[in-house]
Design a protein around this ligand. Structure first.
Ligand SMILES: Cc1cc2nc3c(=O)[nH]c(=O)nc-3n(C[C@H](O)[C@H](O)[C@H](O)COP(=O)(O)O)c2cc1C
Length: 363
């Protein structure tokens, strides 16, 4: 069993950001090597707060377009308005032009983001069509220019990290570009790479190739590599670290509606028996999420936001299908309260303890 943390940043790696030792980025120190991934449509402040309340040592915000960070307006204010209790937090940027990336990164740092992360993985066709996200895996020169500009602009104030997939597709050309970018970003001075071991073309179909993570970790040596893909349980997180040697893991779908996974990973790594939440804990987590969402968006929008998560929380309920359907049909404050009263009443489900999410059996 492991009982170790993870440090992201702090220097020791040659490159643009760390040539001057005085400008080495202050590291973020994680007590467990587990990260809450950037999750578009999910990882807003409300989700991050709930994840932190359950032991997530570091969380990334939803990916944002560089131009939205730069352009004056409501979106910029929302992205740059970080409260004190939301640290360490990573801001993830997506775009296509190196100079714009650089300017946006600077603004994130000034706003207080503890890490700037660069997205080279998004597989959405509109994003690819605009030469952003995963598209950049097929354009190593631009990808590396973006990383260089961000590092220059951040100037060692915070760690810069990169999120990648294992290539655009399964071609040799794609693999060559992948390694050109991978080797290049570490050489330039990024503090960590998170690798989702699916290709862009794969989107979410088929398994994440953990054997590729192992190969990459062997290649990059002391550089920090986090693994992503098919982490649905604490055991999966543990297994990925054991099987591949990655330095940490990035939880994505596995933590939507299951913030207990962070505590469970911590327990497992420390040699303790992980436990599932009871009814009271599940209700408290959903209500906490709802309170934070209401504070952020006002009550009407908060219900819509929380429903998406509650539908996932329902997977841990003893009657998962009925609970999910009830959340799906809850469109108002009152309806959502009624679902909680009906389905999350402790006296109806005495001594219930949610099972641990199942580890993946076939990969
Ligand atoms: C709904 C959703 C939104 C996502 N949004 C982002 C994002 O904004 N940035 C990012 O780098 N990855 C994003 N991802 C990818 C995840 O971080 C992760 O790499 C991927 O889901 C594989 O992990 P998993 O199989 O354990 O879910 C998203 C994935 C999902 C399912």
């Amino acid at each position: 069993m492991m009982d170790r943390g993870l440090r992201i940043g702090g220097g020791g790696v040659p490159g643009v950001a760390s040539k001057d030792p005085a400008r080495m980025p202050s590291p973020i120190e994680l007590n467990i090597p587990v990260v809450q991934a950037a999750l578009s449509g999910y990882s807003d402040l409300a989700m991050r707060r709930v994840a932190r309340a359950h032991g997530a040592p570091y969380a990334l915000a939803e990916v944002v377009l560089d131009e939205l960070v730069i352009r004056r307006g409501k979106e910029r204010r929302r992205i740059l308005g970080l409260p004190e209790d939301d640290h360490p937090v990573g801001g993830q940027l997506m775009g296509s032009q190196p100079s714009m990336f650089g300017d946006a990164a600077k603004d994130l740092v000034i706003a207080g983001y503890d890490v700037v992360d660069i997205n080279f993985g998004c597989p959405v066709s509109k994003v690819l069509g605009r030469c952003r996200g995963g598209f950049l895996l097929s354009d190593p020169d631009t990808a590396l220019e973006i990383v260089e500009r961000v590092l220059q602009s951040v100037a060692g104030d915070v760690p810069v990290t990169v999120k990648m997939r294992r290539g655009m597709d399964d071609s040799e050309d794609s693999e060559r570009s992948f390694f050109q970018i991978l080797d290049g970003v570490y050489e330039l001075g990024v503090s960590a790479v998170t690798l989702h071991a699916r290709t862009v073309r794969q989107r979410y179909q088929g398994p994440s190739r953990w054997s590729f993570l192992k190969l990459v970790k062997e290649r990059v040596g002391h550089h920090v590599l986090l693994g992503s893909g098919d982490l649905f349980s604490a055991v999966d997180a543990h297994n990925m670290m054991e099987e591949t040697g990655v330095d940490g893991v990035s939880l994505a779908r596995g933590c939507i509606g299951n913030p207990w996974i962070f505590e469970q990973v911590g327990d497992l790594f420390a040699g303790r028996e992980p436990k599932g939440p009871g009814m009271v804990q599940m209700r408290e987590a959903i209500e906490l999420h709802w309170r934070h969402a209401t504070e952020l968006y006002g009550s009407e929008k908060a219900v819509r936001k929380v429903r998406r998560h509650a539908i996932k929380y329902a997977q841990l309920h003893p009657e998962p299908v009925r609970a999910r359907d009830a959340f799906v049909a809850a469109f108002s404050d009152q309806a959502l309260s009624e679902v909680l009263d009906e389905f999350y009443d402790e006296s109806r489900y005495l001594h219930y303890e949610a099972p641990l999410a199942k580890p993946l059996e076939i990969r």
